[in-house]
Design a protein around this ligand. Structure first.
Ligand code: SF4
Ligand code: SF4
Length: 436
């Protein structure tokens, strides 16, 4: 195991902008089509198992997982496969996608039924069959997360309900509206993985959610922790330290300190899936931003084109400067509005040219704020200098590959230097053996 960092863990006090937190989730009607990317997760892409003209139903498998770290893709509509196509992801990767035109009947696939879960293996198999991936943004297949090599050493389940990104309130609505499923999911994970303790970590700016979860605790070993509102409170390593006092070593995983972390929406889905058997075909999203006419929390069928989702929210009031998958700190820009909603999306945010405009960059002063604020104690300024000089050896010494692209360093920099995007490029350069 490598060296331990002593984290300063100062983070940043980002504006909350959670104006949709009190808005109950509304269900969007059927879109004109759904576009299901076969790469909605970390790991090998799924392979299409349907062809043009095939009839599919709600819950039908249309993409079969491509390996252990991969996930099945299911249809959220009944209808006809229009074709297999290619789409370009925000990172430029070209992905295979299945396009389905709904028939309006929303007939459920006869194979959809509550899974027969009796032990750890059947629980892990059920989670794999559900198509669940980390719904907090990472998209890591949950079945893999629930099968750590050192399962005997895991003593704590942490439910990540920090939701520290500005604007996004979909987890807050999950805490309030899906409390029953959250608890049935938690209890199933604790039972089948034999974990005695669960901490639900929620940022203190969600008092209604904290009260609701606190009041619903009906089993031993489950507790709620109100967390300070410091970004990035929801980053796995930060959350683990603030919930348990344990520091995840570098390089290392939460399981190295006896912890499994699940996003609250993911664990609620587990609870619902065990009762219904309906795989992951819908997602709750926050739709907001200064040019969204009618911001909402929306339950939407995965694969819905973003343009149709925005139309459901009253459309845009101005020419967009930037439309994001996710929050303003870590979200990715959409190349165009025909892009589909993905499993791990928790928000679509649309901003005007004025808000999307990047500030003027000035010289480093050098004040050290980027290092003080980094939750991992990385020296963003030095990493960027090493990247500009093409010095891969120094990048390795500075542990640039540990950067989680949280954007805190860029946010606090008084010179407005684009540190986080440059570090993302530095990581690519390290992977390419020094080539920019
Ligand atoms: S983007 Fe990377 S370097 Fe910057 S604060 Fe986050 S983890 Fe640290
Ligand atoms: S925060 Fe900005 S100005 Fe301050 S040291 Fe870091 S890069 Fe330089």
């Amino acid at each position: 195991m490598g060296k331990f960092f002593k984290r300063s863990a100062q983070g940043a006090g980002v504006p909350h902008e959670k104006r949709t937190s009190g808005l109950e989730t509304v269900v969007m009607p059927l879109p004109s089509k759904i576009v299901l990317s076969m790469s909605q997760h970390i790991g090998a892409p799924a392979s299409p198992v349907v062809a043009k003209g095939d009839q599919v139903y709600v819950g039908t498998v249309v993409g079969k997982s491509g390996g252990f770290v991969s996930s099945d893709i299911h249809s959220g509509v009944s209808g006809i496969v229009e074709g297999i196509t290619s789409i370009t992801a925000p990172n430029g990767a070209v992905q295979t996608a299945v396009v389905i035109v709904p028939d309006g009947a929303q007939k459920v696939d006869p194979a959809v039924a509550p899974p027969n879960v009796t032990d750890l293996k059947s629980f892990q198999d059920a989670v794999r069959a559900s198509g669940l991936v980390g719904l907090g943004g990472a998209g890591f297949p949950t079945a893999v997360k629930l099968a750590p090599k050192n399962l005997d050493e895991i003593d704590t389940l942490i439910i990540n309900a920090a939701e520290c990104e500005p604007y996004i309130t979909s987890d807050n609505r999950c805490l309030i509206e899906d409390t029953h499923y959250i608890f049935s999911g938690i209890k199933a994970v604790m039972k089948y993985l034999n974990i005695g303790r669960c901490i639900v970590g929620i940022e203190g700016n969600k008092p209604e959610a904290i009260s609701k979860i606190q009041a619903a605790i009906d089993a031993p070993g489950i507790e709620v922790k109100s967390l300070p509102c410091r970004y990035p409170q929801g980053a796995e390593k930060v959350l683990i330290e603030n919930c348990t006092g344990r520091e995840v070593p570098f390089p290392g995983l939460p399981s190295d300190v006896g912890v499994i972390v699940m996003n609250v929406t993911s664990v609620a889905f587990v609870g619902k899936y065990l009762e219904t058997g309906m795989p992951l075909v819908t997602k709750r999203l926050t739709v907001d931003g200064d040019i969204v006419k009618d911001p909402k929390n929306v339950e939407v069928i995965i694969g819905t084109p973003v343009q149709e989702l925005l139309d459901f929210c009253g459309g845009l009031t101005d020419e967009p400067g930037k439309v994001l998958y996710g929050g303003p700190m870590m979200g990715n820009c959409l190349a165009d509005l025909s892009q589909p909603v993905l499993k791990n999306n928790n928000a679509i945010l649309a901003f005007s040219q004025k808000w999307a405009h990047l500030p003027k960059v000035t010289n480093c002063i050098p004040c050290g704020r980027c290092t003080n604020a980094c939750p991992l104690g990385l020296s963003a300024k030095e990493i960027v200098q090493a990247y500009n000089n093409g010095n891969v050896e120094l990048l390795q010494e500075l542990n640039a590959d540990l950067c989680m692209s949280c954007g805190t360093c860029s946010f606090v920099c008084p010179a407005k230097r684009p540190l986080a995007p440059s570090i993302a490029l530095a990581k690519i350069m390290m992977k390419n053996g020094g080539k920019k």
